[in-house]
Design a binder for this molecule. Structure first.
Ligand SMILES: CC(C)(COP(=O)(O)OP(=O)(O)OC[C@H]1O[C@@H](n2cnc3c(N)ncnc32)[C@H](O)[C@@H]1OP(=O)(O)O)[C@@H](O)C(=O)NCCC(=O)NCCS
Length: 186
């Protein structure tokens, strides 16, 4: 798997670079200070990344990554991070698109995640990519939300679960992938 755009590409992470991805998560999360959120109870470790269903990175030297778990019937974005100096260039969008491609190829019907509702680069970002807020949670998603409340994430800001049905992938304008023959707008 390799998708090139600009001077970065998206590929599967190697085991050796997982410690760097943990650093990238910490660096990227620094932007939450802009909206008065943080610090977090960090739970991302190289060992946890190694146990993920897949970890995709952007760049030969990683500038961003996304880790994915399988939660109920869906591929679940556990962490998405782009270095502050590389943000607003479409890398986050491209990483999400790569997750959707991977999930569809693996036979999952949806992509899910939990995020802050009111942070511009959280729920509004995912909404642009076609994700919608879930009102009813599947059992494992409900467990994830319960754990988030337990570690204090909800005290930092309103959190929601979101889901993108892959068969209804929307907003072609927000999708960074080049149009392919046979692609149909949702
Ligand atoms: C979320 C994140 C990965 C997005 O990465 P990115 O490479 O900047 O994303 P993109 O360049 O694809 O931007 C997508 C859109 O998100 C929104 N967005 C991103 N950063 C934003 C910011 N600082 N302020 C407002 N909107 C922002 C914009 O709508 C942007 O589109 P635009 O640049 O065309 O206006 C990055 O902001 C990040 O690492 N944040 C810290 C960790 C985090 O919040 N992860 C997600 C947890 S669920």
């Amino acid at each position: 798997m390799s998708k090139t755009s600009g001077d970065w590409s998206i590929r599967v992470a190697t085991l050796g670079e997982l410690p760097r991805l943990v650093e990238i998560e910490l660096e990227s999360d620094s932007i939450f200070a802009e909206v008065g959120i943080g610090p977090f109870q960090y739970d991302c470790s190289a060992a946890q990344l190694a146990a993920a269903a897949i970890v995709l990175v952007a760049g030969k030297a990683p500038v961003g990554f996304v880790s994915v778990e399988v939660v109920d019937d869906a591929a679940h974005i556990w962490q998405l991070s782009v270095l502050p100096s590389m943000q607003r260039q479409g890398i986050g969008r491209a990483l999400v698109a790569a997750v959707c491609d991977w999930a569809a190829a693996e036979g999952y019907i949806a992509v899910t995640l939990t995020t802050f509702r009111d942070v511009p680069w959280n729920a509004p970002f995912y909404e642009k990519l076609g994700f919608v807020e879930l009102r009813e949670l599947t059992p494992s998603l409900a467990d994830i939300r319960r754990r988030e409340r337990e570690v204090g994430d909800d005290a930092l800001g309103a959190r929601i679960a979101m889901r993108l049905e892959l068969c209804r992938r929307g907003n072609a304008a927000a999708d960074p992938r080049p149009a392919r023959r046979g692609d149909t707008p949702a």
